[in-house]
Design a binder for this molecule. Structure first.
Ligand SMILES: CC(C)(COP(=O)(O)OP(=O)(O)OC[C@H]1O[C@@H](n2cnc3c(N)ncnc32)[C@H](O)[C@@H]1OP(=O)(O)O)[C@@H](O)C(=O)NCCC(=O)NCCS
Length: 143
């Protein structure tokens, strides 16, 4: 089991995982540009050669962002998401650094996960998603 940087050769499994969970529809090009971006932190959690989860952050000084996080359905609630989340949050250095994210208001699993890790709801953006669902906006403060 290990947490490591995402590489281009991981993308077939990352795309498969994303399809399996059907929570986002990034294409390969989008993942590739994140892998190559200097400000992005892209990590995977691998076990027995299989990618069980991944996360993508933009780490940009005081205002960082969690863009995506996912754990394979069968492996959820075993701590993998927490490892992935900390791979980014642990890189916030200054005491006033923050990490922002948005999530569908109806995604109660993810909202419980974020709240458990100290993210605070600070706004709701109406009809943010293309199907009309609202977005819950959360922020995590290091201090
Ligand atoms: C959100 C997600 C990444 C969490 O991953 P995970 O590997 O299950 O996370 P962990 O095992 O580290 O954390 C478990 C915590 O998450 C929350 N959680 C996870 N599954 C839950 C469920 N079915 N119901 C309620 N809370 C749940 C709880 O707070 C739980 O803590 P607890 O077990 O002490 O109650 C995972 O549910 C997932 O991949 N969801 C689909 C993709 C998604 O919606 N991503 C976020 C939007 S970008």
């Amino acid at each position: 089991m290990m947490l490591r940087k995402m590489t281009e050769s991981d993308l077939p499994q990352v795309l498969e995982l994303q399809r399996e969970l059907a929570f986002q529809d990034w294409n390969e090009k989008q993942f590739l540009s994140e892998i190559k971006a200097s400000y992005a932190c892209c990590v995977v959690y691998e076990s027995e050669g299989r990618i069980q989860g991944y996360a993508i952050f933009h780490l940009m000084g005081p205002d960082s962002e969690l863009l995506s996080i996912a754990t394979r359905e069968a492996e959820q609630r075993r701590g993998i998401g927490s490892h992935l989340l900390h791979a980014g949050l642990d890189q916030l250095t200054a005491s006033d650094d923050q990490c922002f994210l948005e999530v569908r208001v109806g995604n109660s699993k993810a909202r419980a996960f974020y709240e458990k890790h100290g993210f605070k709801l600070y706004n709701v953006r109406k009809k943010y998603y293309s199907d009309g669902e609202d977005a819950a906006l959360y922020k995590y403060s290091k201090s």
